[in-house]
Design a protein around this ligand. Structure first.
Ligand code: GTP
Ligand code: MG
Length: 241
């Protein structure tokens, strides 16, 4: 019997313990289970993996060492971290001018997280068609960080994302999936309603990576109400510079 060869790929989606892997050679999607040794281990979009391709179901046999991880905890005292994406070079904090209103502390936390993980931060503001952006909503840490208006500077943003692996994070309802659908018209990411008080409905429930070009991925992530930094220690998480 011919020896099965391992193929390389990148995880683009996870769902109920299964991973969708994009093959490096053909760019086709393969649905994969994890080998037993990985049960209980978080394998996330952006992870580079080695897979035994099966007829219907592949099996992840290896996970490459990560160059970076994007993670958060439920709150600053919770040691259990959730890994959102792996191997990102950039972390984009998406915030809207309204519904929900910008939260400077949330932006500060995402910028702190990028610094800690060694990835480049960027800021993307949405809903400027509903309310203009005022720089006073930005925390001091945002000074010098690349910023884009998703409506007015869409083309500049797309150019900037080339050659990078970028995770979009932000409060629920700010428009992460809307922007993903704009960048990737075939993506068909579900977009949710936002209530009058600006609460999103947590429409996206898992991270999903989309290929922008041979060397660029953009990762949609589920919205959150808080961005806990328990893994950095309460001191770092709550300190404002
Ligand atoms: N007017 C306007 N509406 C927007 C804009 N971006 C997003 N929306 C609306 O905001 C709502 C929430 O958008 P989503 O894309 O689902 O937000 P999300 O950040 O993906 O939310 P979660 O998946 O819950 O994290 C939808 O009704 C969108 O149509 C924008 O730039 N302008
Ligand atoms: Mg979404």
């Amino acid at each position: 019997m011919p020896k099965k060869t391992l193929i390389s790929g990148v995880v683009v989606q996870t769902h109920r313990g299964r991973c969708v892997v994009e093959r490096e050679d053909t760019r086709e999607s393969l649905i994969c289970m994890k080998a037993k040794k990985f049960l209980g281990q978080q394998i996330v979009p952006g992870d580079r993996v080695k897979v035994f391709p099966g007829a219907d179901l592949g099996r992840i046999e290896g996970v490459e060492e990560r160059r970076s991880v994007i993670r958060r905890t439920a709150d600053d005292t919770d040691p259990r971290e959730k890994i959102i994406a792996a191997n990102c070079t950039h972390l984009a904090c998406i915030f809207s001018t309204t519904t929900p209103k910008p939260q400077p502390d949330f932006i500060r936390r995402v910028l702190k997280s990028a610094e800690f993980e060694g990835v480049e931060p960027l800021l993307i503001v949405t809903k400027t068609d509903l309310e203009p952006f005022g720089a006073s909503v930005l925390p001091p840490e945002a000074e010098g960080v690349q910023m884009f208006d998703a409506n007015e500077e869409f083309d500049r943003l797309i150019n900037y994302l080339q050659g990078k692996i970028t995770a979009f994070v932000g409060l629920s309802g700010v428009g992460k999936s809307t922007l993903i659908n704009h960048i990737f018209p075939e993506a068909e990411q579900r977009v949710g309603d936002v209530s009058a008080n600006g609460d999103g409905r947590h429409t996206s429930t898992s991270s999903h990576a989309f290929r922008l070009s041979p060397s660029a991925l953009v990762i949609d992530t589920p919205g959150v109400r808080s961005f806990g930094l328990g893994h950095l220690g309460v001191d770092v998480a709550q300190r404002s510079e």
